[in-house]
Design a protein around this ligand. Structure first.
Ligand SMILES: [Zn+2]
Ligand SMILES: [Zn+2]
Ligand SMILES: [Zn+2]
Length: 272
């Protein structure tokens, strides 16, 4: 099984519209960061998308996606769901299940209300079945659980991992030995336990400077140290640093740790 990073950029993407900074002007392909998203391909063929951002169409073409069995959403911010209309190409024969935390599922149904209303045939809209996952525990507390605790897509088991994005509980996802935690600035103790044994970790690390709803580089490293994966990658990265600039920063500030910046097209081998 394999996880492919479809997009490694923050909500603006990189380059940022109208920005002439060195990173936005870079000719290094790895400095082109589409909005954050990932794809899981099982050896048995199942194809699972994590988030459908505004560049989903471009990402699907680039990654040569031929089928889609399910979508796992992290949260409903525009940079994670505004490509949903382009899922329609994959839902011609049957609806695609979309797993999302309850309020995220409601947001999707509101924002894409035409998808869930009866309209005339041939309207060219995606057929989606939202499947809400219920968060329980103390919001703001250290224990936050999701029901159901896991979902099955064919032969693949995916575990929702609740994390905080500012004050808002959102989801990360664990599949086998690999976890994908994008927008996040705090991980409840219960989710640290759910991440135990993870070998590959993709984690949001917006920039070096602190931010109110995203891990900074140093905070992401703190979370990586506590989770203890063999390898980790930063994602949801802004334009403050180039790919090589982050590698240099890591060599200086996290020497010896197996942490790299992710880039669009990065592939990570996953064991269920
Ligand atoms: Zn985001
Ligand atoms: Zn820039
Ligand atoms: Zn967000």
């Amino acid at each position: 099984m394999e996880l492919e990073i479809l997009g490694s950029g923050t909500s603006h993407g990189v380059p940022v519209i109208g920005c002439d900074c060195a990173v936005c002007a870079s000719t290094d392909e790895r400095d082109n960061r589409m909005r954050a998203s990932a794809l899981v391909r099982a050896d048995t063929g199942e194809t699972i998308l994590i988030d459908a951002g505004p560049e989903f169409r471009l990402q699907a073409i680039r990654a040569r996606i031929r089928r889609l069995d399910a979508v796992l959403l992290t949260h409903s911010h525009a940079d994670h769901v505004h490509g949903i209309d382009d899922l329609r190409i994959f839902s011609r024969t049957k609806p695609i299940p979309v797993y999302a935390e309850t309020s995220c599922a409601l947001d999707v149904r509101e924002r894409f209300s035409y998808v869930f209303r009866d309209t005339q045939e041939g309207g060219g809209k995606p057929h989606l079945e939202t499947i809400p996952l219920v968060l329980g525990g103390e919001p703001g507390g250290s224990e936050l659980r999701c029901a159901p605790a896991e979902v099955r897509i064919g032969t693949v088991t995916a575990t929702p991992v609740p994390v905080f994005h500012g004050n808002v509980p959102v989801l990360g996802w664990r599949i086998g030995d690999t976890a994908y935690l994008t927008d996040c600035n705090r991980i409840p103790d219960s989710s640290f336990r759910a991440l135990s044994g993870v070998r590959n970790l993709v984690i949001g690390a917006l920039r070096e400077r602190p931010h109110s709803t995203h891990f900074s580089f140093a905070q992401a490293i703190g979370a990586i140290d506590r989770i203890g994966p063999e390898r980790a990658w930063f994602t949801h990265i802004c334009h403050d640093f180039s790919h090589e600039g982050i590698r240099d920063w890591l060599a200086k500030n996290a020497p010896g740790k197996k942490i790299e910046p992710a880039h669009d097209g990065l592939r990570v081998s996953v064991r269920q």
